[in-house]
Design a protein around this ligand. Structure first.
Ligand SMILES: *[C@@H]1O[C@H](CO)[C@@H](O)[C@H](O)[C@H]1NC(C)=O
Ligand SMILES: *[C@@H]1O[C@H](CO)[C@@H](O)[C@H](O)[C@H]1NC(C)=O
Ligand SMILES: *[C@@H]1O[C@H](CO)[C@@H](O)[C@H](O)[C@H]1NC(C)=O
Length: 486
């Protein structure tokens, strides 16, 4: 009988996978399917004239009546929705994204290295009233590398509110917006914020807790100036002030410390500024005393929107992971990752995968880094295991930072080993295949979307988080992953 099934299947190649899986000593949870056709279609749609016509979902706004803390919900958009780049095709778009991504990873590592060496507070170099650019070649000190913020939210700033797109960033704390008068502002989609038109705008004086919490600040005429510089030479400089931030039509948070940037340089792709979601006291969630926040990153090539929420409960189906902090720098969110498996087989993980007392090692989760970075050793064993499980797929040459790529142009659907993360509380987060085998062009080239890092810091990036609601439960120190909750 088995022979007859086999014979039948020889004529119907689609049976092959089922015969194979019955003959292999592995369960189905050890492999995942990638819909190649659907992924390629999306890369083509991004450059079609229909792109951008998808209706944005209505803004959700909920106020929980059972507690005094209201939950807030913002719309969230991928970079593509705001800015379909000047790229001629998907391949050049991908290469540009990967370039930005490398700059961001470098700046996160630089920030951490400075903190470990004990350099946290720096004075602004003397500035003149024109905010001269030359004076701000600034040291590498902070957070995000600008052009790499892949996701945006729309918020209102001031009273009455001026609507603006803000880059979301879990890798930095300081919120800021480009402000008139501009000594130097890059191009943005919305009009530049005009402080003179806002009745809630207020300068912070130098003795305030907020001013003292800045990494780089200066006092001029008892008003607080801030500066945030990035690893790639971009920066924002201006007045540190408090403002009202509004979500939707009604919910607002008053007296939020934000930078009013008069001199801004960088590749923010049309956004008016940045919403810092890090763990430090100047971040937006810290300032509103949020017990939690969550986001769902819609497909990076999608023009649909999802939500950024504050104070909503973690969905009950979430896989949770213990959240830990680095006492050397409070911005980053570290996960207690204890293992990774590929096709059900655990990889050997070096001890440096855990955050140590010196503030080194460990694994952070970040909204602004695209591709997950693993220590070189760990990356190599992940890649080798993946390659062993994909011998049935035609390989092709690497692309940018990817060294493991496949030519799937003649395939509709492929079966690949499942990649799973294991946490110290015994929970396992298994990634969907499209979160680690991604298209790099529209011709069917797909690459394993992990990369090695020479640093001891590993980073779980947004490619791996796509289509998943990621909930940061700050009160209980847990991060939750809920598939299909966008
Ligand atoms: C500082 O304040 C003094 C008095 O209030 C004012 O005359 C001066 O123009 C201010 N300087 C700057 C740089 O704003
Ligand atoms: C947050 O908590 C701090 C201290 O616990 C308090 O001073 C501040 O007013 C609170 N802010 C909000 C927006 O509730
Ligand atoms: C991918 O494979 C197809 C045939 O299946 C071939 O025509 C094409 O040239 C290959 N592409 C690359 C980049 O090797």
């Amino acid at each position: 009988m088995a022979d007859r099934v086999l014979l039948f299947c020889i004529f119907f190649s689609f049976c092959f996978a089922s015969v194979l899986s019955r003959t292999l000593p592995v369960g189905s949870e050890n492999t995942a399917f990638l819909d190649v056709s659907a992924s390629v279609q999306k890369t083509l749609f991004l450059f079609s004239s229909d792109f951008g016509s998808t209706k944005m979902p209505n803004q959700r706004e909920e106020t929980s009546s059972s507690s005094s803390v209201s939950s807030l919900s913002f719309e969230l958009h991928s970079r593509s929705a705001l800015h379909r780049a000047q790229h001629k095709d998907y391949k050049s778009l991908t290469l540009a994204r990967l370039d930005r991504d490398s700059a961001r990873v470098k700046s996160l590592q630089a920030r951490l290295d400075l903190a470990i060496r004990g350099v946290t507070k720096l004075d602004l170099k003397p500035v003149d009233t024109e905010f001269e650019t030359e004076n701000f070649e600034g040291p590498v000190i902070s957070g995000t590398s600008q052009g790499s913020g892949e996701y945006f939210s729309r918020v209102g700033i001031g009273h009455p509110p001026t609507e603006a797109y803000m880059v979301l960033d879990t890798g930095s704390d300081v919120n800021w917006v480009q402000c008139a008068p501009c000594a130097d502002c890059y191009q943005q989609t919305d009009p530049i914020f005009e402080p003179a038109a806002s009745s809630s705008y207020a300068q912070l004086t130098c003795d305030t807790r907020q001013c003292k919490s800045l990494d780089v600040s200066e006092c001029r005429n008892d008003t607080c100036l801030y500066q945030v510089s990035y690893g790639d030479g971009s920066y924002t400089v201006g007045d540190f002030v408090t403002e009202t931030i509004t979500f939707g039509n009604s919910n607002s948070a008053n007296k939020i410390a934000i930078g009013c940037g008069h001199n801004n340089e960088g590749l923010f792709v049309g956004a008016a500024g940045l919403l810092g979601l890090g763990g430090g006291m100047l971040s937006f969630p810290s300032q509103i005393n949020a017990s939690s926040f969550s986001y769902c990153l819609v497909d990076r090539d999608s023009d649909s929107a999802s939500t950024l929420e504050f104070n909503s409960a973690t969905p009950p189906n979430a896989v949770t992971a213990p959240l830990v902090r680095n006492h050397k720098v409070d911005t980053f969110y570290y996960l207690q990752l204890t293992g990774i498996s590929v096709g059900g087989q655990p990889l050997s993980i070096p001890p440096t995968f855990q955050l140590d007392d010196n503030g080194e090692g460990g694994v952070i989760i970040d909204s602004g880094t695209a591709v997950t970075r693993l220590q070189t050793e760990t990356y190599n064993s992940l890649r080798d295991a993946f390659v062993r499980g994909t011998k049935h797929l035609p390989s092709t040459s690497g692309a940018a930072l990817f060294d493991t790529c496949y030519n799937l142009s003649s395939m509709k659907k492929v079966e690949v080993p499942t990649v799973s993360f294991h946490f110290s509380n015994g929970k396992t987060w298994s990634l969907p295949a499209k979160n680690y085998l991604i298209p790099v062009d529209s011709a069917g080239t797909f690459c394993l979307a992990f990369a090695p890092s020479s640093s001891s810091l590993s980073i779980i990036g947004n490619v791996q988080q796509q289509g998943t609601r990621v909930s940061y439960d700050l009160a209980d120190s847990l991060v939750g992953f809920s598939p299909n909750e966008c």
